[in-house]
Design a protein around this ligand. Structure first.
Ligand code: IPM
Ligand code: MG
Length: 356
C-alpha cells in the first residue's frame, strides 16, 4: 500500500525519538512492500520560534491531507512563561481539535519479565493489560468560558467542564466496541458524586451499555480509580473517561510498567486519519543527549500501522521486536537497564529484530 505520513518531531527529545520510529517505519515499508511517503512539519515551541504560532496553518493542512501523523513531543522551559500569549501545548490541543481526534487510546501492559522495572511490587502489576480511552476534544480542556478576569478584588480565573450528550455517547460507544474484542469489561470513570457533567456522563454510559448486552459496564469515581490503579490495576480492561481525568490517570498508569517512556498512544476521530504520539513529554533535561527512550514512539508507530493503515501484522511485528528486546534485559537508562542503551542503539536493535 501507499501512505502519506506526516512527522511532527516537535521539541526536546521529540526529534530524536521520532527519527528512530521513522526508520522503523521505513524498514517495515521495505520488508512488507509498502510505500511510505514522509513530510516533516513544525509544531510546538520550535514553531513558535520560527513562525510565532504553535500550529502553523500549513502544518494542519499537511496533516489533513495525510493518512497518519506521528508526533514527538512539545514544550520546554524556554516557552514556559505563564504570562506568554503563545504556548507550545496550544499546538497539540489545536491539532487534536483541528483534526477532530476525540478519542485518545492509551494501552497499558506489564510484561511478566519486566515486572521488576515497576516501582510497585511484582504481584501488584502482574497481569496488567488495559486500555484507557480518554476523551480528547471536550471537557475541562476546551469548555467555555475559559479565561482570566480582572475584578476590583483581584484576578479571577475559570475553566469549564462541559460535555454534550453526543460527545459522551461517541466516546463511550468506542470503548464498548473495543471491549468486545477484549475481556468485555468497560469501567467508566467520573466524579458523579460531585459533578453535574459526570452525572450526564454516567447516564449516557448506561444508555450506551444497553446497546452492548455482552459487555459489562461498571462505574468508578475518579479518586478511587486512582487508588485502584496502584492496588489492583489487573482488574481493568477498558477504561473510558473525561479529558482531564484521563490525562492524570494515564500518567499514573504509565509508571505501572516502569517508565513513562514505554507508553504509546493513538488519537482517533471519525476517519482513518489518526495522530500517534508517545505519552511522555519533551523531557528537556535529557534532550540532545541521545539517551531518551524511543520505545513509546516506536510503539506509537505500531499503533499507526494498525489503526490508520490497517496493517495489523506489521504492527504486531514491531511490537514483538520492541518487547523482545526489553524482555531480553536490554533497554534505555530510564528503565534502569545497565549498561543503558542509547536512543539510536535501541532503535537499531528494533530494526535488527525486524529484519529477523
Ligand atoms: C498529554 C499531555 C498534554 C495533555 C499536554 C502537553 C497538553 O499531557 O498528551 O497527556 O494534557 O493532553
Ligand atoms: Mg498528560
Amino acid at each position: 500500500m501507499k501512505a502519506k505520513i506526516v512527522l511532527l518531531p516537535g521539541d526536546g527529545i521529540g526529534p530524536e525519538v521520532v527519527e528512530e520510529a521513522r526508520q522503523v517505519l521505513d524498514l517495515v515499508g521495505r520488508r512488507f512492500h509498502h510505500e511510505f511517503d514522509y513530510s516533516s512539519h513544525l509544531i510546538g515551541g520550535c514553531s513558535i520560534d520560527a513562525k510565532g504560532t504553535a500550529l502553523p496553518d500549513e502544518t494542519l493542512a499537511a496533516c489533513k491531507a495525510a493518512d497518519a501523523v506521528l508526533l514527538g513531543a512539545v514544550g520546554g522551559p524556554k516557552w514556559d512563561d505563564p504570562q506568554a500569549k503563545v504556548r507550545p501545548e496550544q499546538g497539540l490541543l489545536a491539532i487534536r481539535k483541528g483534526l477532530g481526534l476525540y478519542a485518545n487510546l492509551r494501552p497499558v501492559r506489564t510484561l511478566a519479565k519486566l515486572a521488576h522495572l515497576s516501582p510497585l511490587r511484582a504481584e501488584r502489576v502482574s497481569g496488567v493489560d488495559f486500555i484507557v480511552i480518554r476523551e480528547l476534544t471536550g471537557g475541562l480542556y476546551f469548555g467555555q468560558p475559559k479565561e482570566r478576569r480582572q475584578t476590583p478584588e483581584g484576578e479571577e480565573a475559570v475553566d469549564t467542564l462541559f460535555y454534550t450528550e453526543h460527545e459522551i455517547r461517541r466516546i463511550v460507544r468506542l470503548a464498548f466496541q473495543l471491549a468486545r474484542d477484549r475481556r468485555k469489561l468497560v469501567t467508566s470513570i467520573d466524579k458523579a458524586n460531585v459533578l453535574e457533567s459526570s452525572r450526564l456522563w454516567r447516564k449516557v454510559a448506561m444508555e450506551v451499555g444497553k446497546e452492548f448486552p455482552d459487555v459489562k459496564l461498571e462505574h468508578q469515581l475518579v479518586d478511587s480509580a486512582a487508588m485502584r490503579l496502584i492496588t489492583n490495576a489487573a482488574g481493568f480492561d477498558v477504561i473510558v473517561t473525561e479529558n482531564m481525568f484521563g490525562d492524570i490517570l494515564t500518567d499514573e498508569a504509565a509508571v505501572l510498567g516502569g517508565s513513562l517512556g514505554l507508553l504509546p498512544s493513538a488519537s482517533l476521530g471519525e476517519h482513518k486519519l489518526g495522530l500517534y504520539e508517545p505519552i511522555h513529554g519533551s523531557a528537556p533535561d535529557i534532550a540532545g543527549k541521545g539517551i531518551a527512550n524511543p520505545a513509546g514512539t516506536i510503539l506509537s508507530a505500531a499503533m499507526l500501522l494498525r489503526h490508520s493503515l490497517g496493517l495489523g501484522d506489521e504492527a504486531a511485528a514491531v511490537e514483538a521486536a520492541v518487547y523482545g528486546i526489553l524482555e531480553s534485559g536490554r533497554g534505555t537508562g530510564d528503565l534502569g537497564f545497565k549498561p543503558a542503551m542509547s536512543t539510536t542503539h535501541f532503535g537499531t536493535a528494533v530494526r535488527e529484530a525486524l529484519e529477523g
